[in-house]
Design a protein around this ligand. Structure first.
Ligand SMILES: [Cu+2]
Length: 355
């Protein structure tokens, strides 16, 4: 009898030991799973290994970046201006790269953004044709970065072969040419990783005679691969999915609108732009003064950009979005709210008088 009680006790102890050891092996494997490096094969065949742990804001001791798409779309950085002895206008810009920040890109979704001047996209650089552009670049990131500008410049200013290491500085200098809408981005390998995280911006060169007066907006079409699997989870105009759908961009009817549209979308071969309720004249790369077409639809590959000019005849709320349904349903959908101008009311009175 005593023996059988002892055997039962032994059995219970054995079950307890097995149970506890199982928990010991199971629970730690669950808790460390998020920090285990995962390897992904991207569309371009690139292998990316990431722990993905930066996506979790708990443990990140910095403040999440503020980004205001409303402000961004109307902000142009003309640099610090001075005039050289030969009369050339010098524009100096200070750009700092970082890769350790996070941004709440959608409610509760924190993304490790890599930034130029704490912003994704970086500042929209603007100059006039023939100006001398001098960019004081500093890399405060943990990885090497660079600045590669589209446009005409010397090979050593191309930002491709010289990557700037952590703490490094480099001064890029080139003349603003040609007139157009260009872009800049980091060109350090793997480039798709550096672009996907946000190291890019728009670069506008105005003609010496200036541009016609218009309400101007910048839209950088981008995406967010928030789970690091080489595919975008969100799409947007200016980083924040659905932003301009919830915050319509107010414009006036019969007002000339000029939109600078740059496609930097990573991972997807093409992106597109569709405007409702009116058509636009469009200028590929903004390099010609004659429009290439009159359309409500544009398709762009990565690096393509277009200047669009249009106006609204009738007041109301109009969408503009990717005609690729997946992209629009995942955030690349925006709206213009065209309000009637005083001129419209005057016209209406005249029209009423006639009938
Ligand atoms: Cu980079």
């Amino acid at each position: 009898m005593e023996r059988s009680i002892q055997s039962s006790k032994m059995l219970y102890i054995l079950i307890l030991i097995v149970g506890v050891s199982t928990l010991y092996f199971v629970i730690p494997s669950i808790t460390v799973a998020e920090q285990t490096p995962q390897t992904f094969l991207t569309h371009t065949g690139l292998v990316i290994t990431t722990t993905g742990d930066v996506i979790d804001p708990i443990g990140y001791d910095g403040k999440a970046l503020d980004f205001d798409p409303e402000k961004f779309m109307k902000s142009f950085d003309y640099g610090q201006v001075s005039v050289l002895e030969d009369g050339t206008t010098l524009r100096e810009f200070y750009i700092t790269a970082r890769d350790d920040q996070i941004m709440e890109v959608s409610p509760g979704v924190f993304y490790n953004v890599w930034t130029f001047n704490d912003s994704v996209p970086g500042p929209t650089i603007r100059a006039t044709e023939g100006d001398l552009i001098r960019i004081h670049f500093t890399n405060e990131g943990s990885k090497p970065h660079s600045l590669h500008f589209h446009g005409i410049h010397k090979a050593e200013m191309d930002g491709v072969f010289e990557s700037i290491g952590t703490g490094g500085k480099f001064t890029y200098e080139f003349y603003a040419e040609p007139v157009g809408l260009h872009l800049y981005h980091c060109h350090v390998h793997p480039v798709e990783e550096h672009i996907a995280h946000g190291l890019y911006g728009a670069y506008i060169v105005d003609p010496k005679e200036g541009r016609d007066s218009a309400e101007e907006f910048v839209f950088v079409l981008n995406g967010l691969d928030t789970d690091f699997d080489g595919e975008n989870n969100f799409y947007a105009a200016n980083t924040i999915p659905f932003y301009y759908q919830h915050h319509p961009i107010e414009i006036s009817t019969n007002q000339k609108i000029r939109a600078y549209v740059v496609n930097i979308l990573e991972f997807d071969a093409v992106n597109n732009f569709h405007l409702h309720g009116t058509l636009f004249h469009h200028y590929p790369a903004g390099t010609d003064s004659v429009p290439s077409g009159y359309n409500d639809m544009l398709t762009m590959s990565q690096g393509d950009r277009q200047i669009l000019e249009f106006s609204y005849k009738y007041p109301g709320l109009y969408m503009f979005h990717a005609h690729n349904t997946e992209f629009s349903e995942k955030g690349w959908v925006s709206t213009f709210l065209a309000k009637e101008t005083a001129d419209d009311f005057d016209n209406k009175v005249e029209y009423d008088d006639i009938i």
